[in-house]
Write a protein that binds this ligand. Sequence first.
Ligand code: CU
Length: 202
Amino acid sequence: MIPRLRFFPDSASSISPEVNFFFILMVVLCTTVATGIAVFLIYSAIRYRRKGENEMGNQRRNYIPAEAAWIILPFFFFMGMFAWGAELYFEIERPPDNTINMYAVGRQWMWKIQHPEGQREINTLHIPVGRPVKLIMTSEDVIHSFFIPAFRTKQDVLPDRYETTWFQATKPGKYHLFCAEYCGAKHSGMIGWVYAMTPSDY
Ligand SMILES: [Cu+2]
């Protein structure tokens, strides 16, 4: 049987639907504009090609409406995308006030997690669904990156400083946790699981 082709990882956090939507919009908009330019370029090259030895170019200068249109329209489209992207970025970067704070330390080659109640775990992270969780992270050695694709969250983790990230799981399940910054020989083994649990199980 052919496995079903999947374009997106699971979508399981409060921000992931908007990130998906924004991503699709960017792809559609950029593909449309790039295709439009390519088609117009090819059409013009054929339509206005030099047809004989003696043919001289006939330049039309300063056709203001067309020039204004291709400056102003894309400007508003792309500024709109920028504004939306910035708004989404702030939402992703700024944790809400009522987070559960946990600690994560990256080292070659594992993730060490500590819960506020003191429990520790390695390469696994258990969180309750429906509550925002903030991770306060650092690294013991080199740069790592804490990446949970299903939550659409990725944060570089640096030695000698603290980084934070936050997420709120919306669906119970088991999700991949990766290190997304090449950090040495066993970088590919620096993986784990996030268990999003119903509050009663948690
Ligand atoms: Cu790493």
